[in-house]
Structures are given as C-alpha cells and as structure tokens.
Design a protein around this ligand. Structure first.
Ligand code: ZN
Ligand code: FE
Length: 255
C-alpha cells in the first residue's frame, strides 16, 4: 500500500496538504486553508476529496471547509474541543480516537496550547504526523489560548514519536524562526547548518518543509530545553523543562 502526501503553498504562508491512498482511492485534506489551491491540486492529481481533517479553529485553517464541502460532498472531521467554532463538522475526534483511511490508521493526538482544542493527526504506517500550528520547523505555535506547561506537554507528545517521522506543519515560518533560534542556541552546529540550508532554499523560493522529528530534536530550541548550552544561555540551569520552554516562547513573542 502507498500513501501519497502532497504539500503545497496556500494563502501567504500556510500549507495545504492532501493525502491519497492509492489502494482505496481515498483522498483527505489536512485543514482547509483556502479553496482554490486545494481544488486546483485535486484536479491536477485527478483526485476527488473524501475527507477534511481539521486541526483547529483558526480562520487560516478552516476558511476553505464550506466551499470544499459544497464542491465535493466530503466528510469534515475535527477536534471535539472546538466543535462550536468550526463550520461544517460532521464528526468530532479527540485523543485516542483512531480513524481508518483505507488500510491506514490515523491516530488523533490532543495537542492543546496554540488553541485549547488543537489536535494533530499521526499515521504510524506512513511515518507521518500533521501537527499544524503546534510545532513549526525551528519553532512552535504561539501559545494563544492555552498555558506554557500545556503547550510543552503537547510538544513532549510529538517528541515521543519516532525520529524518522515526517512532520507536516501549518506554516512556512522556518527562516524567521532560524534567526531567533540562533539567539538561543548559537553554538549548535546542526542549527547553524540547517539555518544556512534554509536560507538557500528560501533564496530559491523553495519550501523548507516537511521536516522530521529527528531534525527538530537536533535543531529546534523549543525542543532543546534539556540542552545544558541552552539552559546556560538562559541562566536556567535547574528550572523545569516547562519553565525553560516558557522562557524561550516568551522571548520569541518579544523578538
Ligand atoms: Zn493557528
Ligand atoms: Fe495557522
């Protein structure tokens, strides 16, 4: 069996993602940032949209839901915790729920913090996770509705996925994130190398994503709260992981 995962730009810095199971012919969109680019990509591929898997209620992730539903009659699945804020939902899901998608299992993870009901989708057999605005490459989502410890708990859940998990995130923020990351973890050679690579990709107008759990573990300062170098730089040698995370997130908010 083969799962094709197709990521493409939407809006100014969002991504659309389509997943397609070649065996069953099923196609799903992860979030619905914008109708037109998703429709065009479906037409190019010759796929029909069966499902939309929504991660959270922000407009840049849900604006395309109703027009897509009207065009394709697809089923819309999204977080139970935000059911009242997401248009067109047919089914709600939460941590521990498993969706079947052809022969694939899609596991639902609660990843609150950016919003209170934010969920991520994980497909173990495809080694792929769709985390929207929880984790970015070299960064993470703003903690808008939740608390710092809550967001840290969500990131820990993603950290527990295998290193070779491919991570599809909501936004192309990597280059700006790299500039901030270098202020927190400047002597990390993996980060310095990734930052150069990101500059080259962006100079060629190419995407820096998807990423992997392993790469983010080595380079993303928000995940490197246990690094002695990071802790020393922040002057927090003995603080809890959640507090170190909170300090880095607060610095980024003010960067
Ligand atoms: Zn968002
Ligand atoms: Fe977003």
């Amino acid at each position: 069996m083969t799962l094709i995962i197709d990521q493409f730009p939407c809006r100014s810095d969002n991504f659309g993602v389509l997943i397609h199971d070649t065996e069953s012919g099923l196609t799903a969109a992860i979030d619905a940032p914008e109708f037109d680019p998703i429709k065009h990509r479906l037409a190019e591929r010759g796929w029909k949209l069966d499902q939309i898997l929504v991660t959270h209620h922000h407009l840049d992730h849900v604006e395309g839901i109703l027009p897509l539903k009207q065009a394709y009659g697809c089923t819309v699945i999204g977080p139970a915790g935000e059911a009242d804020k997401i248009p067109g939902l047919d089914r709600t899901v939460k941590e521990g729920d498993v969706l079947s998608f052809g022969a694939y299992e899609i596991r639902v993870l609660d990843t609150p913090g950016h919003t209170l009901g934010h969920i991520s989708y994980y497909i173990p057999a495809a080694k792929a996770a769709f985390v929207a605005d929880t984790l970015f490459s070299l960064g993470c989502g703003r903690v808008i509705e939740g608390t710092m410890p809550m967001m840290w708990g969500s990131l820990e859940k993603l950290l527990a996925l295998p290193d070779d998990t491919t991570v599809y995130v909501g936004h192309e923020y990597t280059q700006a994130n790299a500039r901030f990351a270098l202020t927190i973890d400047p002597s990390n050679p993996d980060l310095v190398a990734r930052s150069g690579e990101v500059d080259a990709l962006r100079a060629g107008n190419k995407s820096t994503l998807p990423t992997t759990i392993g790469l983010e573990k080595r380079t993303n300062p928000f995940l490197r709260v246990d690094s002695p170098a990071v802790r020393e730089r922040l002057g927090m040698p003995a603080a809890s992981a959640a507090d170190v995370f909170g300090e880095i997130r607060t610095r980024k908010d003010n960067f």
